[in-house]
Design a protein. Structure first.
Lengths: 141, 163
């Protein structure tokens, strides 16, 4: 009975992971393709890990709970990488099937750039200020 | 107290992770885990300037349950969408206004939007007022905003912010 449950979980997880990868081929643009991997890492890997935990708890020596950690780390890291990929795509203004709110994105990009240059300018200003204590200096280019 | 134990919540969590890594609950491992759970927050305090406090742990637990159920349901929906005709999908960018302000709550919300298949958080505005969400197949953007705000954000706000 346990065998059937475990094989179902493993096959189900494998099928979902496969469909997630299939999405990379079938879907049409970068943003929709990003949906595939986030899917595979949640339920697909999740059910395989549940099967693994149950199997090693039933067959091995004592309860095996390593798998919870794998899930935890996946759930922490997968969204961050997906978010960064999407953000980079917006920055490069890749083609998209969905209408990108272009004005908003451009404004945000410009703001971010300004923010960064300001931050680096401040950093260089501070670096220059430290050795000389006699008043503020014009930053030399 | 603040200097000695900068993140009281992090200590038991790190100790728990240590025990899971070792797959044992021997007394020695528990002590070692607690020591690590005390030292690591002390050494990494500069990365966590904001004090984390959970006002309602039960709400957070309910949030995790809701999220897990949604992940399962949405997975099946997206699997069907991918196997169907991809030309018939209606992807859309949706702007979601945010009410929560705490860093941790925002990052949890952003992560859980990406974890539920079918939606993907693409960009957080600099002032943290808006989140740009990409939906795989959404005919009604307003309904999506309402779902995100009611189902996820409300619970996170209750759990992490004093109201």
């Amino acid at each position: 009975m346990l065998d059937y449950l475990l094989s179902f979980l493993v096959l189900f997880g494998a099928a979902l992971t496969f469909i997630g990868s299939l999405g990379l081929v079938r879907l049409r643009d970068f943003y929709t393709r990003l949906h595939g991997p986030t899917k595979a890492t949640t339920l697909g890997v999740g059910s395989i890990l549940i099967a693994s935990a149950v199997f090693f708890s039933a067959r091995g020596t004592g309860i095996s709970l390593h798998e919870i950690l794998v899930t935890l780390f996946l759930f922490i890291t997968a969204p961050v990488s997906a978010h960064l990929l999407a953000k980079a795509a917006l920055h490069l203004e890749l083609n998209s099937l969905a209408k990108i709110p272009r004005k908003k994105v451009r404004e945000a990009n410009a703001l971010e750039r300004a923010d960064q240059t300001q931050a680096t300018k401040q950093a260089t200003d501070n670096a220059e200020k430290i050795p000389s204590t006699d008043g503020p200096q014009e930053p030399t280019q | 107290m603040r200097q000695l134990l900068p993140h009281p919540l992090l200590t038991p969590i790190l100790a728990g992770i240590w025990l899971l890594l070792n797959n044992s609950i021997a007394p020695g491992q528990i002590v070692l885990g607690l020591i690590l759970g005390w030292l690591i927050p002390l050494l990494s305090i500069h990365f966590w300037p904001e004090k984390v406090y959970i006002y309602r742990p039960l709400t957070l637990l309910r949030y995790i349950m809701v999220l897990l159920v949604d992940i399962v349901v949405a997975n099946l929906i997206v699997a069907r969408l991918i196997l169907g005709n991809p030309d018939r999908l209606k992807p859309a960018f949706v702007k979601v206004p945010l009410d929560i302000t705490s860093d941790l709550a925002i990052s949890l919300l952003v992560s859980s939007i990406t974890l539920t298949p079918g939606t993907l958080s693409a960009r957080l505005s600099l002032d943290r007022k808006y989140l740009l969400v990409h939906a795989l197949n959404e005919a009604d953007p307003d309904a999506l905003v309402a779902t995100i705000k009611y189902r996820y954000e409300r619970l996170l706000k209750e759990a992490f912010e004093k109201c």
